[in-house]
Structure formats: C-alpha cells, structure tokens
Design a protein around this ligand. Structure first.
Ligand SMILES: C[S@@+](CC[C@H](N)C(=O)[O-])C[C@H]1O[C@@H](n2cnc3c(N)ncnc32)[C@H](O)[C@@H]1O
Length: 298
C-alpha cells in the first residue's frame, strides 16, 4: 500500500502545473480525502493509505487538474474562522470580505439584540460571521439564487444558527420591505456582484449571478442604493464591498442618493479600498416604481 508520504510527494509534483502553492494544496486534498488533520498527516507520514482513500485522492486531484478551484474541489472553505460548505452555486468566500464583516461589527455593539441585514448572502458567510460575533442579534439574509440559499441553509445549520439567521429569496432588499419599516436596524451589509461583465470570463467556475455587475460592474450596486434610499429609514449604517478602483464612483453614487451622508472607505489587508460605508439620512426621493424594479438587466 502507498504511504501518506508517497502520496503527498506525488500530489505536490502533479499540482505544480495548476497550483500557486502545491505543498499547501496537496495537504488540503490529503487531509480532506483521508479525513484527518494536517497535524495527523505530518505526525504519521509512513502510515499506509487505504486503496479506497487513494481513489478519492485521485478523483480530487483530477478535478483540480481540470482547473476547478480548490474550494470547489474540497467542497468547503474557511471564512472568518468558519468552515463553510461551498458548491458551484455560491461564490467562494474571499479573505477581503472579512473587511466587510469588521466594518459592520464596529457598528454593532456587543450586547445588542435587533436586526442586521446581509444582502446577497451566497454561502451565508457574512451572515454567519456577524451572528457568530454578536450572540444576541438576528440576521435577515437575502439572495436571488435558490441554489445559493440552500447552501447557506446548510452552513447556518452546521453552526446551529437557524434561529438567528433568517433566509429570504428575492431581489436585494425587497423581500424585507415590511421588516425594514418595523424593526430597529443595526446595519445593512452587502457584497453584491461588482465584476464588469467583460472580466467575468476568467472567473468562469463561479456563478455569473454572484459576479456580473454589468458593463462597469456597478449595475447591481446602483440598484441596491436606489432600494436603500426608498426602503431604509434614516440612521442605518450601510456597508458595501466594492472592487478594485470602484470606491470613488460608489461613494459618488451614495452621495447622489444621500446628499447629507458622510461616506467612509475602508481598505482591505492588501491596502485596496474595499468597503464603502455610510449612514442613511435625509435623502432625495426617487421613483419607487422605477428603482425597485427586480429586472436585473435594466
Ligand atoms: C459576490 S456574491 C457574495 C456572496 C457572499 N455574501 C460572500 O461574501 O461570499 C453576491 C451574491 O449576491 C447574490 N445576488 C445577485 N443579485 C442579487 C439580487 N438582485 N438580489 C439578491 N441577491 C443577489 C448572488 O446570488 C450571490 O450569492
């Protein structure tokens, strides 16, 4: 039988063509397929590997060699300390989105109850991070993808947060319109699609609905801001994740709808302006009929 050491060496060699870090990827595939921790893998390198497990390693490796992103190969990925199920129905949670979580948590005091909102929840990553860090809040999370909501449901159950994270199917804030009027809102966070259509091809493994922000990337964010203007009461902190080079334009879009708002921009760990934040206040009246249209292509 082949040993863990031999398998590891072989995986590292073969992953070199696709992986930036073949050593790390080899270990992640091995620990997943053998259902052991990395510490166990390193502690017992001579241990023989069961042929059924070897076949599973080979299957995962073949998927990776076809170019499938590692999180989809493994079927799970870590975000903010949570191990989340990920399938091709959801965006792979990114480390830069932890900046969005941090920004929102600064606005939500530790012991409060009340409601936070996560728009475009995908795997549930942001909602879970918020609910995990603030044990008395409720999070209402929306998504336009039923398949993504099913994955979010599993992740929420995995962390036993079912009673504090409520999922809604629908367009941006619209499924929550009644709750937004009647409940005290702690914060609204949104990591919406913001990749310009022409750049989505290089992220082909991930769902287009999670990425495609129209010609300049800001189509969905503008529609969200229209809804925020029409549906959110004054005084609600709102945080939007944005792409590289978009923070200035998104800040201007905020000011067009909320002229009195102080807009802040927070960089991610790489120094890229990543989260645009503002407090809803007095705002210009828009045309609700036009701005609340759920037509994503308009
Ligand atoms: C960039 S992903 C973010 C996923 C997750 N929040 C995260 O940070 O990993 C955007 C999510 O927004 C959802 N979405 C796109 N358009 C939407 C809309 N009009 N209303 C609600 N959700 C939408 C997508 O299905 C996708 O799950």
């Amino acid at each position: 039988m082949v040993s863990r050491r031999d398998l590891r060496r072989e995986l590292r060699r073969r992953l070199q063509t696709v992986a930036e870090d073949p050593e790390l990827e080899a270990d992640l595939i091995l620990t997943r397929a053998l259902a052991i921790s990395r510490a166990e893998l390193l502690a017992d390198p001579g241990e023989p590997v069961d042929p059924e497990r070897v076949r599973l390693v080979e299957h995962l490796l073949a998927c990776r060699l076809q170019g499938k992103p590692l999180p989809y190969v493994l079927g799970e990925w870590e975000f903010y300390g949570y191990r989340l199920k990920v399938t091709p129905a959801v965006l792979i949670p990114r480390p830069e989105t932890e900046t969005l979580v941090e920004a929102a948590l600064e606005a939500i005091p530790p012991d409060v109850e009340d409601l936070a909102v996560d728009v475009g929840t995908g795997s549930g990553a942001v909602a879970i991070a918020l609910a995990g860090a603030r044990p008395h809040i409720t999070v209402a999370a929306t998504d336009i993808s039923p398949a993504a909501l099913a994955v979010a449901r599993e992740n929420i159950s995995r962390y036993e947060l079912d009673r504090r994270i409520e999922l809604y199917y629908g367009d941006l804030l619209l499924p929550l319109r009644d709750r937004l009027k009647s409940e005290r809102l702690l914060a609204v966070v949104a990591n919406l699609p913001y990749v310009p259509t022409a750049e989505t091809a290089k992220l082909a493994w991930e769902p287009p609905a999670a990425l495609d922000g129209g010609p300049d990337g800001l189509l969905v964010i503008r529609r969200f801001l229209d809804q925020a203007r029409d549906l959110l009461p004054p005084g609600v902190p709102v945080f939007l994740e944005v792409g590289y080079g978009q923070a200035g334009e998104v800040s201007a879009e905020v000011r067009r709808r909320f002229p009195d708002a102080t807009v802040t921009v927070r960089p991610d760990l790489a120094g890229i302006p990543r989260v645009v934040g503002f407090l809803t206040g007095h705002h210009r009246q828009g045309s609700p009929a036009a701005s609340l249209s759920p037509d994503l292509t308009s």
